[in-house]
Design a protein around this ligand. Structure first.
Ligand code: PAF
Length: 285
């Protein structure tokens, strides 16, 4: 695996791969890699011949009171994992490489509708910052395909909408959420949890599964369903941000209790913000 820190060096190497007619995949990350990220590399390898991973903790997608400074940085372990997974090229830019004229000079990509509500309401500016860096990485690497995790469901929906509406010629793949044996969705932020919080954390997924099962069985009383699970989440020590059922395709609000729906949750446990989701085909049982 080759490691480069500049756009120029990256373009030379990706250019060579393209001359060899290789299909190029991008896996963009913020590092502190776990099995969920490695699953993205696996999907990329299934669909492309040359896999580029990026590690960049993007300042403009963090709010002023968020964890930018303490976001876990584990470069040596990350490089070993990517090499082992068969990644071809790692792009490790610093902030000056990605924002050479400073944040104030940076054009911002804003994706309407799908980035509103849910995490967009709780983290103002987050999706603008995320869409902007993903767009920049697309322009730097110019991949044929890019792979993102379904754990960040709204992020994936924002990226898909950006690609469609800005006519970006890149095929987007979603990769299923990887979970710990007790159901907790893998996330770099899980490392912030203390033992007691870690023991309580899988309750979020259990609640999502319970809502999903009721919807599959054709439950129509959505309000009561969500109300019960909200109480369960808060009485387990979480501060609930949202628990919502949305249209799985475009995240629009829906009162439908049939078709493809997604149940999404965000909650804080101590200082750690956790998100998760489950997609369900309602009324199928
Ligand atoms: O999901 C992430 O790790 C980040 O939001 C991404 C897509 C790498 C952009 O910084």
């Amino acid at each position: 695996m080759v490691i480069v820190e500049t756009v120029l060096a990256l373009r030379k190497i990706v250019g060579r791969a393209r001359i060899e007619n290789k299909k190029v995949a991008l896996v963009a990350t913020m590092g502190n890699l776990h099995e969920g990220h490695i699953a993205l590399i696996d999907v990329a390898k299934q669909h492309a011949d040359f896999v580029v991973a990026t590690i960049f903790v993007n300042p403009i997608q963090f709010g002023p009171s968020e964890d930018l400074e303490k976001y876990p940085r584990t470069p040596d372990a990350d490089q070993a994992k990517l090499k082992e997974a068969g990644c071809d090229l790692l792009f490790l830019p610093d902030v000056a490489e990605m924002y050479p004229e400073g944040f104030e000079a940076q054009p911002i990509v804003s994706v309407p509708r799908v980035s509103e509500g849910l995490c967009g309401a709780a983290r103002p500016g987050h999706f603008n910052g995320m869409a902007t860096i993903v767009n920049k990485m697309f322009n730097v690497v110019q991949p044929d395909i890019a792979v993102f995790g379904e754990k960040d469901y709204q992020q994936l929906a924002v990226i898909r909408s950006m690609v469609r509406n800005l006519n970006i010629p890149i095929e987007i793949f979603g990769a299923p959420t990887v979970r710990a044996p007790d159901g907790l969705a893998l996330s770099s932020r899980n490392g912030y949890l203390n033992d007691q919080e870690r023991a309580a954390a899988p309750i979020l997924y259990q609640c999502l599964k319970d809502v999903a099962l009721s919807l599959q069985r054709g439950s129509l009383d959505v309000e009561q369903l969500l109300d019960e699970q909200c109480k369960r989440i808060t009485s387990s020590g979480f501060q609930l941000e949202y628990l919502e059922i949305r249209n799985a395709h475009d995240l629009s609000l829906t009162s439908e209790t049939s078709g493809n729906l997604v149940i999404l949750v965000a909650a804080r446990l101590g200082k750690t913000r956790l998100i998760d989701n489950v997609v369900v085909s309602a009324g199928e049982l």
